[in-house]
Structures are given as C-alpha cells and as structure tokens.
Design a binder for this molecule. Structure first.
Ligand SMILES: O=C(O)CCC(=O)C(=O)O
Ligand SMILES: [Fe+2]
Length: 336
C-alpha cells in the first residue's frame, strides 16, 4: 500500500501539539492501578447477583469506574468494529473530512480541534446512534461495511448497557428499570492515538468528565493510555483482555445525589504503539430532566444538584466544542 505521509509521522512533536506545562503528563511514570474492580457479569445465582451489585456500587463510589468481563458481547463483533475503524482512520484525512461533511458525522482530525491552545494527539470520529435506523444513513459510507459492522456493535452495547444500568438501579435502591428508562440515546466516539515521539508533552484527550449516564469503553489492541484522577493523583487503567471499561458519567452522579462519582480522566500517548478505542456514551434523551432521584433525597440527604434538562446541561458545558449541539440532537443535520 502506498503510504501517504500522515500528520503523526514526525521525529519531534510540533509546537502545535505541545500542551501548556500544567496540562502535560510530564516525565514521571504513572503506575497502572491493579485494584480497579473487574466484575464478572456471567449469569449468577441470586446470592452472587447481590454480590455483583454490591461490587459495582462500591467501585462506582471509590473509582467512578470498573471493568466488566463475561459480558456476552461476542469477540468478533468487537474485533470487527475495531478493524473497520482502523481502516477508516487509515484513509487520507482530506477524504475522511470530505465524507464527514457530506454525510453529517463529525471528524476531529488532529488539527481540527484545539483544546487549551494545543491539538490532541489523535484522530477521532463521532456520530449519534439513536434511533439507529435514522442515524445509519448519516454514518460513514467508507469502508463500505462500516454501517453494518458498527450497527452490530452498537446493538450489543445497548444490551450490555441496559444490563449494567439495571444492576446499578437495584444497587441504588431504585426501580429496576429506572435508569434504563432514562437512557435513550447512545452516541459513539472512536479514537486512534498514533505513537508519539514525546508523550510527556502531548495528550490524547485532556482531563474531562463524561456527561453521560455511563460510558462503555472498548480499549483495543492491548495498549494502555487511559488515566483516572483518584484522591488527587493520576492512576493508569490496565487493559484487561476481553473486557469493557464502564465509566460513571456526570448524569448518573446527579441522579444518585452524589453517591456515585463521575471520575475525571484523560488519555496519554505512548512512543511505541498506536492505541484504538471506542467509547459509547449512554445518554439521557435531550429533554429528560436530570435531578437527584426522589427516593434518594430526604431531610438528612438534601438534593446536592439542581434539576436541569440534559440538553441544557450539555449546552452549558459544551464538551465537544462547536460539534456539541449536533451531537446532542440525536439525528444530525447535514454539514455539521
Ligand atoms: O480513549 C480512551 O481511553 C478514553 C476516551 C474518553 O475518555 C472519551 O471519549 O470521553
Ligand atoms: Fe471520557
């Protein structure tokens, strides 16, 4: 294959990608944390189900995230999704940009979104996934099997997320379907973080909170890079084979009235290997009013957060810069 020269094929990091000192990961190695709970979601007898729920709630309080295994998402659905995204990211940037504009999905190439004055060391695409049948026609057309492969992935993730939300609802003492009923909208954001000549000055993603109920993250190809802030210190999230990382989003923190914590996290780069990830945000529908669940609020536990529609919350925080509005509507308009 003829190799086009890509933005990341450089010997040193260009000035445009060097972050201000206070945001840089720096030289000091950040250890992987081996204590983040790994939760087996296999079918259990009732007593074990109670234990699973307890572990999920505890992990969500302590770390704001956990990993799940034995989740019933078929291996080939995951590997195919990662593969088709890899093919997409290997296309020339101009071609990806052109197609994104025409079809109405979002491409954030490494030069298109400056955060804190520097560009992220990644290529990224985003698109809504709900309702699936309406969104599909606005997804990438190339590679030609993209829509079929990613739709199969999204359907699996929807099933998985409903299972997890049911367990969390029970753990919080809410009706089983409480959180699942709120979660109507998924959107996908996929990343390719190429190897970087100097990971100490660059970032794959700046520190942030996810404004979802939960985020389900697939870390591909065994390469670490996700870090979470715990007790004021960054810790690395290990890649567990055949797992998903589940991250508590700010909307679930609000509904739980602060019992569950949404963790601040970031992505660092590395000098040796490319890293691929697919994050699926499980969101409330735009008009849904997000507030502490009534059963979790009483005189001793007053509401710690105001009520706000999800749409207004997102408009106020603009997590995706100028693309935010298009991504929250569910079905994108043309030429976002
Ligand atoms: O790629 C990752 O490891 C995490 C990405 C992320 O935090 C996000 O998309 O919100
Ligand atoms: Fe995130």
């Amino acid at each position: 294959m003829a190799t086009t020269r890509r933005w990341f094929n450089v010997e040193s990091v260009p000035q445009s990608h060097i972050f201000p000192l206070e945001d840089r990961p720096g030289q000091e190695p950040i250890p992987l944390c081996r204590k983040i709970p790994i939760i087996n979601l296999g079918q259990h007898p009732n007593s074990e189900r109670t234990d699973t729920i307890h572990r999920i709630i505890q992990a969500s309080q302590e770390y704001g995230l956990f990993q799940v295994i034995d989740h019933e998402v078929p291996e080939d659905v995951k590997t195919e999704a990662l593969r088709v995204l890899e093919e997409l990211f290997s296309m020339p940037s101009e071609e990806i940009s052109k197609e994104a504009k025409e079809s109405g999905w979002v491409y954030m190439g490494s030069t298109s979104f400056a955060a804190k004055g520097a560009h992220l060391w990644r290529d990224n695409i985003k698109h809504p996934c709900h309702p699936l049948e309406d969104c599909l026609q606005h997804w990438p057309q190339n590679p030609t099997r993209y829509r079929e492969v990613v739709a199969a992935y999204i359907e699996e993730i929807r099933r998985l997320s409903l299972r997890i939300l049911e367990l969390i609802s029970e753990g919080l003492g809410l009706d089983k379907g409480y959180l699942g009923g709120t979660s109507q909208v998924q959107f996908l954001t996929a990343n390719n973080y190429p190897p970087c000549p100097d990971p100490s000055v660059t970032l794959g993603v700046l520190r942030h909170f996810d404004h979802s109920l939960i985020t389900i993250l697939l870390q591909g190809n065994n390469v670490e890079g996700l870090q979470v802030l715990k007790d004021g210190k960054w810790i690395g999230v290990e890649v567990v084979p055949n797992s998903f990382v589940v991250n508590i989003g700010t909307q679930l923190e609000i509904i739980s009235n602060g019992r569950l914590k949404s963790p601040e996290h970031r992505v660092v780069t590395n000098a040796k290997q490319a890293r691929s990830t697919i994050a699926t945000f499980i969101n409330p529908s735009p008009d849904c009013i997000i507030q502490p669940a009534k059963v979790l609020v009483n005189e001793a536990n007053p509401p710690l957060y105001p009520s706000l529609s999800f749409k207004d919350f997102v408009h106020a925080s603009k997590p995706f810069g100028p693309s935010t509005d298009a991504l929250q509507i569910g079905v994108p308009s043309k030429n976002v």
